[in-house]
Design a protein around this ligand. Structure first.
Ligand code: IPE
Ligand code: IPE
Ligand code: MG
Length: 245
């Protein structure tokens, strides 16, 4: 396959994408923002396929942030409906292709119908290991850290956890992403260059790639380009390059 980043280089094992620009894409066509979100779901369908073929094993997509509640109610409603339809329509196909689905984010302020759909998708795919699709919905990195701290504090108060034994692994283990590896590559579309509260802990040493393409237009070639950029980076984790003087 000619557009593969490299057949002999691993990964990026875990790629996270801030799917941005649906609203601008729709506006430039004189259409409502929800039209852009709808087209954005089509991009999700394509990219889940492409990512696996390009060497990604864990794909985490930012689909609704804890701050996106600040949008007009009709847009919030449209985004909720799209998630429900996507999971319901694609669950069986994804499950059969070996995809494990996880939805991360706050659950306590979601409707019971949506929570049931999420639970069903996670349960149906829990034995799959070929590819890990995680959708961050009603997700905020700070909110996730707060919820982890609450759980840790409860365990400490119950005498189940010693404060001195608390380490990075214990905190990571209390996050929604406990079962996922750290992020290797974080991509944001639409030209904005910020994290917007996505995977704050997990992306501590992620390579960041910002692309000028709006999410509905994001293609396999764009993903391959981002992966190629990732392979050209030197990940030092605070150390020095191997072989450096
Ligand atoms: C990304 O597109 C989708 C969500 C944040 C839900 P936007 O809706 O943010 O599109 P822009 O940034 O306004 O163009
Ligand atoms: C980040 O995009 C959230 C998602 C992609 C779901 P936003 O469009 O909400 O981020 P800001 O407001 O531009 O930072
Ligand atoms: Mg945006």
């Amino acid at each position: 396959m000619t557009d593969d980043a490299s057949a002999d280089q691993p990964g990026p094992w875990h790629t996270a994408i801030i799917m941005d620009g649906n609203g601008r894409w729709a506006k430039s066509r004189g259409r409502p923002r929800s039209f852009g979100h709808k087209r954005g779901v089509e991009t999700v369908r394509r990219i889940v396929e492409d990512a696996g073929e390009l060497g990604v094993r864990y794909l985490t997509l930012f689909s609704f942030s804890t701050e996106n509640w600040n949008r007009p109610a009709d847009e919030v409603g449209a985004l909720f409906e799209l998630l429900k339809h996507y999971v319901e329509a694609d669950l069986e196909g994804l499950a059969k292709r070996g995809v494990r689905i996880r939805i991360i984010g706050r659950r306590d302020n979601l409707g019971a119908d949506l929570v049931a759909i999420i639970d069903r998708a996670e349960a149906r795919t829990r034995d799959n290991t070929d590819f890990h699709l995680t959708i961050a919905f009603n997700y905020g990195g700070r909110d996730e850290i707060v919820r982890a701290c609450q759980a840790i504090a409860r365990e400490a108060a119950a005498g189940e956890l010693d404060a001195d034994a608390l380490d990075e692994a214990a905190i990571a283990g209390h996050l929604d992403t406990a079962a996922l590896p750290d992020v290797d590559l974080m991509i944001r579309t639409s030209g904005e260059q910020r994290i917007s509260n996505f995977l704050l802990w997990q992306a501590a040493y992620a390579e960041l790639v910002f692309l000028d393409v709006l999410w509905p237009d994001f293609s396999r070639e764009d993903l391959a380009r981002a992966i190629k950029t990732y392979h050209q980076r030197s990940r030092r984790y605070g150390g020095v390059d191997v072989g450096a003087a």
